[in-house]
Design a protein around this ligand. Structure first.
Ligand code: SF4
Length: 693
């Protein structure tokens, strides 16, 4: 039972969970949240919310939250609570010592897709200007980095093409590797509304998701084997090209025709037909042909995709293959169509926009371009290094080799969320100083020397950018319980390192971002307060923002078709590991569960279960609810079985919300060829009965 008192005032802010970006009114009594009410004028949610956002304040006052800075010389030592001054001085001395001993490039940092744009901007500024290198990366590395690569190559910009409202003009919804009903519930409601109105639904997913089971429409479900996305998308393209379903007018006007011809000849090869690829993909050729015809001829076709696309060794190739399909059918550049990544975390889009990748400054401009770099140098009054820095996996490798010794991690539990846990442990254990800046003592903190208490979204001002490029205000509703908002902590750490940054409010940080970033040039807090939100690009050409991109022409000029050769992952099944594991989420939990597990209203999802097809379970003598040992080439863990035909024979599935699950103990080292995004969605495994953990 939740006691609800009477609120005294309310503040409009933005949910800090998923990339839908629902606006809420935090109804307050003094400094206490009474309830979170979905805000009717929120343009992403239109007055709706899901169970996570509705109760999102619980973890702010959880007893396990760390409110005092802590330090220790060695990870074997107990933590010692100290003042902010002592903690920051200790951290700065360690980092400076490391740089003196090992060189300027021996330290770096990781930004958070949970923090605000302004906080992310400051962390990358600290690293580039204060540390003097480009060893900055973001937790988006492990989720949507292939989106950035694939969409910038084909369309010219690293973001989804249309706003959520445009779904109302969509006639065919194609969902690939995503389960919005669990992971993006408020947007899923809008999708379902459109389906009830008659839009058709195609779902490409190894699992029969809630969207497939939607009572409103008979979905065309292509239950492919994990790891075969590119083969299925190429087979769809094969049907579209060989059955004469290409929108030739669009392609001739908007794309490079000779590149299209090369691509069309490639996909038309008989080896790419649905029939030729059926055994490999597991998809019925008749169903695949039907789906291709529906998408190409059913009116406005919009593709929505998630981590089931990106977290593969061919993640970037898959994003490119999706873009090829959209261009070939003329489904880009007007409301109701497009290619739309569903971002997992609240600010994945923003953290990428804010220059968190080692090779890019804000707005996706390469650090090696002199004119771009000089603009930042002039404003920051420093000389910047033009060489791209280390990505997260390269930081880990360099740590084990002894050349990368100091890491500042803001708002991410890399030990729980990055692949191959043993490798991450080895890397963290090799470093001389790990600074964790977070709300709770997470798994990564077990290997840290400095713990800086973080602030929640309720304790700070700033902005988040959602999956539709919508920049929205986050407004402080209470004093930070730990003393400082995260943006203030980064400024203090920079000062301790000898690099001064002067801002009295996050609005000043946004003004600097706008001055340095053409796509944000028209963004200010005054405008956000006036309009409620804006979608970038927001500048002189589009002072009120851009809901739909690529209207009349692609950002890069001509749309670029790129040939996408299917290359099977090196992660293969065999006699020892005959099943394929894939992963996902459930509605009531969020990511590794650090917040939702500490919010009383959503405790009902007490454990992660392993979904197993009845045939596979029977062969191994496993019954519903039994403990099973799940083993891969990388490691093993123990889970309870859930017998279901939602997964096909040969495929098992689990969520990863609980630390005990240790899903990443068993995931492998394979990653996307272009971006190093880990291949979380395909792991060869074996299961056997177990007596429990
Ligand atoms: Fe909206 Fe996502 Fe928050 Fe749910 S978790 S309220 S869908 S932003």
């Amino acid at each position: 039972v939740i006691e609800i008192g009477q609120p005294e005032h309310s503040v409009v802010t933005t949910c800090a969970y998923c990339g839908v970006g629902c606006a809420f009114k935090a109804e307050m009594r003094g400094e206490e949240v009474v309830r979170m009410m979905p805000y009717k004028d929120g343009k992403a949610n239109r007055g709706h919310s899901c169970v996570k956002g509705r109760f999102a304040w619980g973890y702010t006052t959880h007893k396990e939250r760390i409110l005092k800075p802590m330090i220790r010389e060695r990870i074997e030592d107990p933590w010692r609570e100290v003042s902010w001054d002592e903690a920051l001085g200790f951290a700065a001395a360690k980092f400076k010592g490391i740089q003196q001993k090992y060189g300027r490039d021996a330290v770096g940092g990781i930004t958070s897709s949970r923090c605000t744009n302004e906080e992310t901007y400051l962390v990358q500024k600290l690293i580039r200007a204060g540390f003097g290198n480009n060893n900055v990366d973001t937790c988006a590395r492990v989720c949507h980095s292939p989106t950035g690569y694939g969409l910038s190559q084909t369309f010219g910009t690293s973001a989804g093409t249309q706003d959520f409202d445009s779904v109302e003009d969509t006639d065919v919804v194609m969902i690939i590797g995503a389960n919005p009903a669990s992971a993006h519930p408020v947007f899923a409601s809008r999708l379902k509304k459109r389906l009830r109105q008659g839009a058709k639904l195609i779902v490409i997913d190894p699992r029969r998701t809630e969207m497939v089971e939607s009572p409103h429409v008979k979905a065309q479900h292509l239950p492919l084997m994990p790891g075969t996305n590119v083969a299925v998308l190429t087979a769809l393209a094969h049907v579209i090209v060989t059955e004469g379903l290409v929108n030739e007018t669009f392609v001739r006007e908007r794309c490079d025709w000779s590149e299209f011809e090369e691509w069309a000849a490639f996909v038309a090869e008989p080896k790419h037909s649905p029939e030729a690829t059926a055994i490999m993909t597991g998809v019925n050729p008749k169903d695949l042909r039907e789906a291709a015809r529906t998408y190409a001829t059913g009116g406005n076709g919009a593709i929505y995709y998630g981590l089931g696309v990106t977290e593969h060794s061919q993640g970037s190739t898959t994003v490119i293959a999706i873009a090829n399909l959209a261009m070939a059918t003329g489904n880009v550049g007007r409301p109701g169509v497009g290619v739309n990544p569903l971002r997992g975390q609240n600010n994945v889009q923003g953290s990428c926009d804010m220059g968190s990748f080692p090779h890019e400054l804000t707005g996706y401009r390469h650090i090696g371009v002199d004119a771009v770099r000089e603009q930042f140098e002039a404003l920051w009054n420093v000389k910047l290094n033009k060489e791209p820095g280390l990505r997260i996996p390269n930081m880990f490798d360099a740590a084990i080799e002894g050349t990368f010794m100091g890491l500042y991690v803001q708002g991410e539990d890399i030990l729980q969320s990055d692949p191959n846990t043993k490798h991450v442990v080895a890397a963290l254990s090799s470093m001389e100083c790990v600074i964790v800046h977070d709300l709770f003592l997470n798994e990564t903190a077990n290997y840290a020397h400095v713990f800086l208490p973080g602030s929640t979204f309720l304790e700070k001002d700033g902005t988040f950018t959602n999956a539709e490029r919508r920049i929205q205000r986050v407004r402080k509703v209470m004093t930070p319980r730990n003393g400082y908002a995260d943006w203030e902590v980064t400024i203090l750490l920079a000062k301790a390192m000898g690099f001064e940054m002067h801002y009295s409010h996050p609005s000043e940080i946004m003004d600097e971002i706008a001055a340095l970033t053409p796509t944000f040039a028209g963004v200010s807090y005054a405008k956000l307060d006036e309009l409620g939100s804006v979608q970038w690009p927001c500048n002189e050409k589009a002072p009120e923002g851009t809901p739909v991109m690529h209207i009349g022409g692609f950002v890069r000029g001509k749309g670029k078709f790129i040939i996408t050769e299917y290359i099977a992952t090196d992660e293969r099944t065999g006699p020892r590991y005959p099943l394929l594991l894939t992963t996902g989420r459930i509605l009531s939990q969020y990511n590794v569960g650090a917040q939702t597990r500490r919010t009383e209203n959503v405790v009902w999802h007490a454990e992660d279960r392993l979904e197993i097809h009845p045939h596979d379970a029977e062969q191994r003598g496993v019954r519903d609810g039994d403990w099973v040992r799940l083993a891969s080439r990388a490691g093993e863990t123990t889970l309870r079985a859930l017998i279901t035909d939602r997964v096909a024979p040969g495929v098992v599935y689990t969520t990863f919300h609980h630390p005990d699950t240790q899903a990443n103990v068993i995931t492998t080292d394979f990653s996307d060829w272009a971006t190093n995004c880990p291949e979380y969605k395909v792991t060869a495994v074996q299961i056997s009965p177990s007596n429990g953990p």
